[in-house]
Design a protein around this ligand. Structure first.
Ligand code: 8YV
Length: 323
């Protein structure tokens, strides 16, 4: 039997590329160049499966008048706001993602950002590297304590819950959770979390706010100027979800004018472009979309994507089908 022809749109961890080659007729992207919309359309018309990432343009319109050969688009990553899943479904294409395997890793990075922003770690590092450190003094680089403070988590899914465990058990934080649907009381009880009905209920009560909701139109600019104004002036906002969840111009302004105290951001609306306002803010910690970037997790994500297409070609519904 001939092996299905698959395309990996970006360079994947070596062990996963090798595993793929044992099962499929694989085309790689050895130069690791991002693909544009036109290239993605050609790929979908030329391969049995396309294994995509967040850098691929398969948004609204990408599937219009397509004559796909691919019946499955397997995303390497849990978030899929860069894919028009309804358009894919209409074109007869199954879309899958890679949930679960990156929960801990992404929550670790959210906690890293929270700590860095609270303790001014980026500023401190910049000072040392620039040769500007003049020595210890009682009033130098004063940050804010984390232990015992209140953390608001917007989006209490798998990653939000992993963040709650870290904050609660590691730092004794009180957890408030906001989620579209009611959270199982047993899950809330694990971290003593209290669910609040709305984002407006949550914001004024929190010292830290961490975003773990999906991106896409449904949550576009969920954090806007009005909602930033509802936060405490001492509050710190963390975003490891998707850039579009935050109105970046409004956040940059809020950071400059002291509406809130700080932010830790791993995701941006027009990656890899970063809103220029953030670059002027010492109180913004900026990371290049690293939430899932550990060796272990990136291998697991790849294996999970391969499992999805294997299940599909075996005639089964993939575990992680999203459309
Ligand atoms: C991925 C992510 O590395 O999984 C996600 O949704 O944001 C990252 O962990 C990236 O999106 C790859 O597609």
């Amino acid at each position: 039997m001939t092996k299905p022809k698959i395309l990996l749109t970006r360079k994947w961890p070596e062990s996963v590329e090798k595993a793929a080659a044992e099962l499929f007729d694989v085309t790689y992207n050895p130069e690791d160049r991002p693909m544009n919309r036109a290239e993605m359309r050609v790929a979908l018309e030329s391969y049995d499966a396309v294994l995509a990432t967040v850098t691929d343009d398969v948004k609204t319109g990408a599937f219009t008048n397509l004559k796909p050969m691919a019946r499955i688009l397997a995303n390497y990553g849990v978030g899929f706001s860069h894919i028009d899943v309804e358009g894919a479904r209409a074109a007869g294409i199954t879309v899958t993602n890679t949930p679960d395997v990156l929960n801990d890793c992404t929550a670790d990075l959210a906690m890293t950002l929270l700590m860095m922003a609270a303790r001014r770690a980026g500023e401190g590092e910049r000072e040392v590297r620039a040769g500007n450190w003049t020595g210890w003094r009682p009033t130098h680089m004063i940050g804010t304590s984390v232990t015992g403070k209140t953390l608001g988590i917007i989006g209490f899914g798998r990653i939000g819950q992993a963040m709650a465990r870290r904050a609660h058990f590691g730092f004794g934080m009180k957890i408030l959770a906001q989620s579209r649907s009611p959270v199982d009381p047993a899950i809330l009880a694990q971290t003593g979390a209290v669910q609040v009905d709305t984002v407006e209920d949550l914001l004024p009560q929190c010292d830290f706010i961490s975003l773990h909701c999906p991106g896409g139109d449904v949550n576009r600019h969920l954090i806007n100027a009005d909602r930033l104004a509802m936060m405490k002036p001492t509050a710190i906002l963390v975003n490891t979800a998707r850039g579009e969840v935050v109105d970046e111009a409004a956040l940059a302004e809020a950071l400059k004018t002291g509406v809130i105290a700080g932010a830790g951001l791993d995701v941006f609306e027009a990656e890899p472009t970063v809103h220029p306002g953030f670059l002027e803010c010492e109180n913004a910690v900026l990371l290049p979309h690293m939430g899932s970037s550990t060796h272990e997790t990136r291998v697991e994500m790849g294996m999970r994507a391969l499992k999805n297409i294997q299940q599909f070609f075996d005639g089964n519904v993939p575990d992680d089908r999203v459309n």
